[in-house]
Design a protein around this ligand. Sequence first.
Ligand code: SAM
Length: 200
Amino acid sequence: MIRIGNVLVSPGEGGVYGERMIEGCRVWDPYRSKLAALIMLGGEIDLLPDMRVLYLGAANGTTASHVADYVETVYAVEFAPRPMQDLLEVARRRKNIVPIMADAGRPGEYAPFVEAVDLVYQDVAQKNQVQIALRNAAFLKEGGRLILMLKTRSVDVRMDPKDVLRETVDALSPAFRVITACWLEPYHRDHAALVCEAVK
Ligand code: SAM
């Protein structure tokens, strides 16, 4: 990952959402992007030029655009019409984002358009986050990884976030082995990032 000083950046054309530029690179703000937060907190994330990524919950393409600056192809799934409009505009300017309007809980709907991927990145903030991850595991290549951004309050507002995290780790096995799990504070409250490896 590219840092200029201690600022995380991505190497792409700017002007996607008003992001700052430094030395021709786009500043990737950890307060706006959970993936940037994970990287800034020391998460060992590979985003390499030959990688394909299935991105679940792409919203308006903020984080997806930074991922696309690093990798070969991003399949960006989003089901809400309003953010999808912005995502389409982002994809129009970046040839390696494939926007897919679909429910990530129904991967059969987009399976015909998606190749095997190296990474599934999920940020859907839904109660059924684990089920969505499990249903999309089939897209991963052998040894592929899942990064799950877990919004604990979406699962159960009354539960202790630590218990939600523990239950999520259990529920992801046996399809995934959790390599690391960390909280995203101070950047994002009540969010944990789980980096997992597919078990096939
Ligand atoms: N990842 C985005 C970023 O960093 O730029 C922010 C994602 S936002 C927290 C969650 C998004 O997931 C929303 O845009 C929501 O519409 C979408 N979403 C939630 N459930 C979904 C589902 N089942 N299928 C597709 N998109 C979903």
